[in-house]
Design a protein around this ligand. Structure first.
Ligand code: PLP
Length: 397
């Protein structure tokens, strides 16, 4: 007889809900921010250059451009490579909506291409069939923190004269065939939202080896103006020119100081995420109805998310039941993601809907994201494992 689930009135595994992700801010992060409060520059000052340099050096890329969010970073990337009216951009549906929205911001059209059933990463074998004379770019999403198969994607992009953009918002600190995330595509996009690998509150970054693309994005983040106010002050001049339509996508010095401080901790945090993942892997190998996603041998996975797939045929429950039961046990599970092409906006604007990407649609019915973040204690990890065991036992056929 299995123990009574919390959702049926039993005692929960833990009282306080464990979130699926959480930031980690220390005294030295706080001190770094306070130092900026005491300085002359709150925005577009020296901390921006310092963060960009530190970030570029960390990933081993030539240029890094700081912006106000991951979404702004994606938008800037689309602008930099010249996405315009009617241009098609290939993107997987198993991602956050912003990965596709960025093409729409520029008047372009996302073309959804299905994912690999084992990894839920963009399936390179299906990309070529989606290419038309209007295709300009491929956006590869490093879902959950696992880098995509960039050698294959780059070969496809080169063969068809397309730009390759990496939405690496999940994968900072990971690598592919020994090459760091941030160097793998023409443009590589990051987010510093609190659940992401490092945080600046809100924030984003694009890395590239192309100084022209970097310059275009620096103008784009500042209203399309060619000089910033610090450059004008240095030159003692009031003159500026707006050369294109841009936005205010600047990241403040306050946030950049936090980013510099957070970046120092990233290697230890990624190692910690990987260690948590190993404990989960070992524990769930014993539960037949739970299957982790596939991880290729040639990558170092950054584990922004730890996603399990439920074999519903072995359970007397739906994914929604399992989700609710785990939440009741105090485990803040989540679902990443509702396939983007199923959202009402895309159905109405672009006529997408079920059937376009069957692998992603089927995966969506079976996946649950478990908590994973560096600050989790060993007891927290044990609670997650205990709750999954408890719920699976109660619901197994
Ligand atoms: C978080 C995220 C974004 C958007 O980043 P924001 O900083 O929240 O704007 C884009 N793509 C993916 C895959 C993300 O996880």
């Amino acid at each position: 007889m299995a123990v009574k689930l919390a959702i049926d009135g039993g005692i929960p595994v833990r009282e306080k809900q464990l979130p699926y992700g959480h930031q980690w801010v220390d005294d030295d992060d706080i001190a770094a921010v306070v130092e900026v409060f005491r300085s002359d520059w709150f925005t577009t000052g020296p901390k921006v250059d310092e963060f960009e340099r530190a970030f570029a050096d960390f990933v081993g890329e030539k240029q890094a451009v700081a912006v106000s969010s991951g979404t702004a970073a994606l938008h800037a990337a689309m602008y930099a490579i010249g996405i315009g009216l009617g241009d098609e951009v290939i993107v997987p549906p198993m991602t956050f909506a912003a990965s596709a929205n960025c093409a729409v911001f520029q008047g372009g059209m996302p073309v959804f291409s299905d994912v690999d059933p084992d990894t839920l990463l963009l399936d390179p074998n299906q990309v070529e069939a989606k290419i038309t004379p209007r295709t300009k770019a491929i956006i590869a999403v490093d879902y959950a923190g696992q880098p995509c198969d960039y050698d294959v994607l780059l070969a496809i992009a080169n063969r068809h004269d397309l730009r390759l953009v990496a939405d690496a918002c999940h994968a900072l600190g990971g690598s592919y065939k020994g090459r760091p995330v941030g160097t793998l595509a023409d443009l590589n996009v990051f987010s510093f939202h609190p659940v992401k690998p490092i945080t600046t509150g809100e924030g984003g970054m694009i890395t590239t080896d192309d100084p022209k693309l970097a310059d275009r994005m620096r103008v784009f983040r500042n209203h399309g103006i060619t000089t910033d106010h610090r450059q004008r002050e240095l030159q003692g001049s009031w003159f500026y020119e707006m050369v294109d339509l841009g936005y205010n996508y600047r990241l403040t010095d306050i946030q950049c100081a936090l980013g510099i401080s957070q970046l120092r901790k990233l290697p230890a945090w990624v190692a910690r995420r990987q260690k948590i993942a190993r404990r989960y892997d070992a524990a769930f190998a014993e539960i037949p109805a739970v299957r982790p996603l596939g991880v290729r041998e040639d990558v170092s996975h950054a584990y922004h998310l730890y996603v399990i797939r439920l074999d519903l045929a072995q359970l007397r429950a739906t994914r929604a039941d399992v989700f609710a039961a785990l939440r009741a046990e105090g485990i803040g599970v989540n679902v990443h993601y509702i396939p983007v092409h199923l959202h009402p906006f895309y159905r109405e604007r672009f006529g997408t809907g079920p059937g376009i990407c069957p692998v992603a649609e089927d995966a969506y019915e079976h996946i649950i994201t478990l908590p994973i973040f560096p600050r989790m204690s060993e007891d927290d990890i044990s609670d997650v494992i205990a709750a999954v065991h408890k719920v699976m036992e109660a619901y197994s056929q």
